[in-house]
Design a protein around this ligand. Sequence first.
Ligand SMILES: Cc1cc2nc3c(=O)[nH]c(=O)nc-3n(C[C@H](O)[C@H](O)[C@H](O)COP(=O)(O)O)c2cc1C
Length: 138
Amino acid sequence: MKTAVVYFTLGGATRSFARAEANARGADLLQAVPVKKYNMLTAFTRGCPAAIRQKCVPLQHSLDLSGYDRIVLMAPVWAGFPAPPFNTVVHLLPAGKEVEVLLVSASGSSDKSHDKVRALIASQGCKVVAQRDIRSHQ
Ligand SMILES: Cc1cc2nc3c(=O)[nH]c(=O)nc-3n(C[C@H](O)[C@H](O)[C@H](O)COP(=O)(O)O)c2cc1C
């Protein structure tokens, strides 16, 4: 099974977890980089409202995910939802893929967005086979 781990990070925590995940699985590691970069301020002012509304943001490079059987999506949780570049990657998913969602947060919980995230991925014709939260701070 060919697997890709696709991640967005602002502060670097998600990158560390994504690297470990890709190494453990022998998967390719792909980064989603937004055209308009966030900083801590704009993550709150611009990123959080967009995250809650599950909005997409343009990425610097499109990602070709057609050659993979399983795609592991990783992103930080902003205001309870995956950060907006995650949504863009979901829209790039070819139908029929197996998808895992691994979200990184300070609290280790993204419960309030679980159903909406599943619905977004299902709307692409993909199946969520695992959904897990990772706590970034102990
Ligand atoms: C704009 C913003 C919003 C956040 N909202 C939440 C939240 O709702 N719940 C939570 O547990 N952590 C929240 N966090 C903390 C991040 O999810 C956490 O620090 C994560 O590890 C950051 O990942 P990164 O270093 O890959 O960017 C937020 C952080 C930022 C910058």
